[in-house]
Structure formats: structure tokens, C-alpha cells
Design a protein around this ligand. Sequence first.
Ligand code: MSP
Length: 635
Amino acid sequence: MKKYITTPIYYVNDVPHIGHAYTTIIADTMARLYRLQGHDTFFLTGTDEHGQKIEEAAKQRGFEPKKYTDEVSAKFKNLWDSFDISYDRFIRTTDEDHKLIVQNVFSKMYEKGDIYKGEYEGFYCVSCESFFPQNQLIDGEYCPDCGKPTRILKEESYFFKLSKYENELLKWYKDDERCILPKSKKNEIVNFVKNGLKDLSITRTSFGWGIKLPANLNEPKHVMYVWLDALINYISALGYTNGDEKMGYWDSAVHLVGKDILRFHAIYWPAFLMSLGLELPKSVAAHGWWTRDGVKMSKSIGNVIDPKEVADAYGLEQFRYFLLREVPFGQDGDFSQKAFISRINSELCNDLGNLLNRIVGMSKKYSDYEIDSKDVFNFYKDEIDSANSLCKSALESIDEFATSKYLEEIWKILNLANASIAKYEPWNLIKEGKSDEANALVAMVSNLLAKVAILLSPAMPKSAEKIADVLNFKIETSSYKKLVENGDIMSFKSKDTSPLFERVEAPLLKDKVAKKEEDKKVQEEEKTQIIKIDEFKKIIIKVGTILECENIEGSDKLLKFQIDLGEEKPRQIISGIAKYYKPEDLVGKQVCVLANLKPAKIFKHLSEGMILSADDGKLTLLSTLNKVENGAIVG
Ligand code: MSP
């Protein structure tokens, strides 16, 4: 069977962040699962590069739009490559084939009578590239989606007859149970459409960075509305009207999107497809938004999460696991390092990593790494049956994109495996001479682990592969079919291994907010002149005996000393205490000297340290209560 999965194409007005990584990692997981199941899969991602927002972002940075989009688009592509995202095409809306197909689509809709020319006046949000009726604006002025100020635009425009498709859309929502996922999101869309759809303005004349209309329309002032341009990527990538080379995938299309762009995908896009006479997507699946420590992410707060930074600090596999596991699909989620670390330590290290180690250890001890499954069904049929039904429910969950529920079900298999070891105590079985039972237990748990590794492989490919390598089997469609679909078991030969995951003791990332706080603290400490012990340790104060002391000619302030600091030769030190002491009173006395001060010339005389004194208006030299060895360190 063919499978087609897409992410939204990302705007290049900004660099990739965790929201983009989330959508892409879910889509990658789905694509890997489809391939594992044996489906012929096409996975599409890319960048959305036209429109006023991009034009302005380029201008602000002093670039031509194309040069700017080349640069930012490459950042997305490089990030996905470094994350080993298994896309089949990375499409750019500036690709020549895409531009041509967008024009073909426009012509088709025009010829069908679904596009007409008119004039548009409305409140436009550049950030969302969208018009809003005044009654939807916040305080009559601000965008209801992003809260930024809107501007009034009046321009000649071509319109798409969206209103014509109102009933057909409502019928789709009603007839196709899975058209919008999670199902709870469908109502919002149905209500929006029931309130009445206005025709959609699909060209702009107020800026130039967009795809031109088909040449035969002779409309050089107009460029395509960026959402028409962008949505078409889903079919242009398959070669629609341009050879149709991959259109075979189209009937199985699933679009993964964030909740903020569901309206575009669940209303405009199917209406465009109806106009073209194409099949509608199998599902539009909408996920929620991520916040950080409960706060919305924004550049001005400085709490935006760079996915690369997180993956570098904690590990890519751990990052994928956390994103997929932490939030139920469709709901908003919070990224907190505390929650992340807790999942790494308890779920990845304890539940999974330790289990693998224990099984290897037991198989080594009981059966020289041979894990024979011949007696598993005799002794542990119930456990295998339970694991098989958990596999089924995991697959039912992922079918609705519920990645969190999917992993939860997989972890129930691990819990069963861990609990079985505790329950049957194989070490006692061995002692009691029941080695068949003990070996069967190890084999049963190994089979549970193998089923887990196969199911986990789309989400955590590298870790799953390592488990399979340790148990000496391959994760591929045939093992998926045998162990997961058919609920069968197999025998293994294990080998020694290093821990799958490392424990994390403290947060590994500092965000800009935390960094700012820390800088503030340092500044405050500097103000109050608090120093750390390390800083004090840099200062070397020694006790020494004054061997000689004399006035310096021409100065009534300075005295010249020769002081024995227990070193090879005495130090010469110049000190401004002539007003307080007579030279002859000081000879033979012990004083404290700052010994690692950079030497300096004072009044043409070299001074190799500083004699310490207390200042209460007059200077009194510091000494120790008792006589000490010359060179004794003060600290
Ligand atoms: N270019 C359009 C999509 C066109 S698809 C034909 C677009 N791009 S975007 O870069 O702004 O957003 C892309 C995706 O990132 C959206 O699905 C959006 O929901 C998602 N996210 C942006 N910020 C997010 C979070 N903080 N959390 C989760 N996802 C978020 O819209």
C-alpha cells in the first residue's frame, strides 16, 4: 500500500525552533513506521518562502529575498539532515517545478470558473498572511491569531469561490470520520464553516515577492496569495500536471499540522482540491503548541528553544522520545528540563536500559548467552498474550497520531517484563533446580524487549537498533510482521553491551532567561564585591621579617624595605608608610606581605610586593599574634 505523509512547509522568516522539530519528528516517526510495516511511503517536508512577511524579513536584514530564503531554507534542511529525518523530498516554494504547477493549478481553477476578479478591502495581518473581518479583531485592531496589529489593505484581487464549497465541505466532515484528527478538533472547523464562508482573496498587488499569475492573464502586478502557493506544495511535490509521476501517493495523503494552521488545511485546502477534482486528504492531523516552563515562547523573552541545542545536550534519541511522549496528541505541551530529565532517568535508563542489561546478564549466567524460546509458551503464555494485546493497542493509538499513548502502551510491555522478573525471581528458580523455567523467563522477557524494540524503532531508531543488535536480530518488515503483527516469538543470542542511556543529574541547558538571571547575580556580587573562594585563593599573602628599612631620598611618604619571605633572597618593597613609622623601629619586625603582586617601579625603585596594613585614618602594619616562620602563608 502507498502512504503519503507531509509536514507544513516552514516559513523562512525565522530559524527552526522546537515547534518545527515537533511536527517534523512526529511525521518522521510515522514515515518510519509505515516503511517498517512494508508500505511504499513518501514523506514530504520543506520551506514556504514567498509572501510579504518573508519579503520584509529579507529587507530588514539587507538581503534580496532569494538570497535570504536560500540561507534560511538551508538551515532547516541542514537541521533535518543532522537529525537524520527520513524525508523523501525537501520542497521549496521557490523551486521551479513548484512555481510552474502553482500557475497550472490557478489556470485550472480559473478555467473551471472558480476564480474571478474583484476588489478586496480588509484588515490584514502580515505575520499570519491573512485577512480578518473587523468583528474578529481584538480591540477592533489586533490579529485574533497572533495579537499583532493588523493593517487595512484595499487592492484589486482575484477571488476563489470558497463559498461554493460550503456544503460539500460540511458533507466531508460529516461522512469522513477521520478527516480531522484529533476528532475533538472537528467541531471548531464545522462551526466555522457553518457560520458561512466568504470567497477567498488569492492574489496580492501590494508587494512583489510571490509567484506570478499565468502569463495569459497578463496581470504583471499580481502575485499569488502565499497560502494558495504554499498548500499546493502537497501536490506539486508529486508532479501534479507536470508528469504526475508520483501522484499515485496522493490518495493516501495525511497532513500533519499545528493547531494554528488547521483552518487553512481543513477548509481552504480541501475546497481547492474539490475545485481540481482531486481526492481529499485521508486526514488532517493537528497537534498542540509547546510552551517553555509554562510560558509562551518568544524571541523577546529569550526563551525560544533551539532544537539542535537540546539534542546536542541531551541526545537526539532522548529528545525525540520526550517530544513524542510528553503531550497527548492535539494538546498543548510544556517543555521543562525537570520533566525531561525525569523521563530520561526513570523511563529510558531504568525501565528500558536496565532491563536490557539484566537480560544480558542473566542469559550470560544461565545459558552462556543462548536465549532459547522453546519453553516460553509452556510457562509464560499469559505474559506473551498480554504483550501482544498491548502491541495492538499501541498500533491503534498511533493510527490516530497519538504518539504519547503509543509510547505509553509500549512502556506497559516493559513494565510487564520488569514485573515478571520480580515476580518469578529467576535466580531462585535456578537455585531450586528449575533452570528450564528460568531460561524460559529470560526468553519471554527477551521477546517482550524485542517487540518493544521493533515498535520503538520509528520513534528512537538508533536505540532500537542497539537493542536488536544486542539480542542479535534485525528490525525489518519481516520481524515486524512476525513479532508484532502475528504475535509470534523467536530465539536470540545475546552479547555484552554498554548502557543504552546515561543518567542525567542536573539540567544541561541554560536558556537566555536563566543566563540573564545569572549575569544579574554576578553583577550584584561584583557591586557588593563578594568574591568566590577560588578568587581569594589567587592571592598569596606571606609573613616575612623586615631585614632593612630606609627612607627614600626626595620622598616624605615612602620607605624602602628588604624583607625575608623565606625565599632565596629578600624582597625589595616600597611602601608609603613613612608618615606613620620610623625605619629603625621596624627592623626585625614581622609583617604580612602580598607576595604575588606584579612587580612595579615606584619612584624609580623596584617594588616586589605590598606590605599590608589596616587603614582607620592612619596606617597600622599587620602582623601575626605569635612569631611564625618567614614565608608562612596567610589564608
Ligand atoms: N508556512 C506555514 C505553513 C504552510 S503549510 C502549507 C506556517 N509556517 S510556520 O513556520 O509558521 O509554522 C509551521 C508549523 O510550526 C505549524 O504547524 C505551527 O503550528 C508549528 N509551530 C510553530 N510554533 C509552535 C510551537 N511553539 N509549538 C508547536 N508547534 C508550533 O505556518
